[in-house]
Write a protein that binds this ligand. Structure first.
Ligand SMILES: [Zn+2]
Length: 96
């Protein structure tokens, strides 16, 4: 791991939070070209956003993009996040 070289970032990386492919350094967290999560899942500091923030944004996206109602969008988001490395062990997603 080095941060001072200009070597090409690995193109096969996908965000551990949302699954988005990260093809270039700009797709990674700001200031962290080797981050495991993408720019959309980052705070302005480059940290991974909280579960609550991610959950809300993905739910909103499901509602907007797929025309789901709130309950349906939340269920879809919960199912999706349960498969993501960043969240699958999160207590709120465990059990029923
Ligand atoms: Zn992401």
């Amino acid at each position: 791991m080095s941060y001072d070289s200009d070597e090409t970032i690995q193109v096969s990386a996908t965000c551990v939070s949302c699954g988005m492919p990260m093809a270039s350094a700009a797709d990674h967290a700001p200031g962290h070209p080797e981050s495991a999560w993408c720019a959309y899942c980052s705070t302005p500091n480059g940290d991974l956003q909280s579960f609550e923030e991610r959950f809300e944004r993905m739910t909103q996206w499901e509602m907007r993009r797929k025309g789901r109602d709130r309950a349906s969008a939340e269920a879809a988001t919960r199912a999706y996040m349960s498969a993501m490395p960043a969240w699958r062990d999160y207590p709120r997603l465990r059990g029923k």
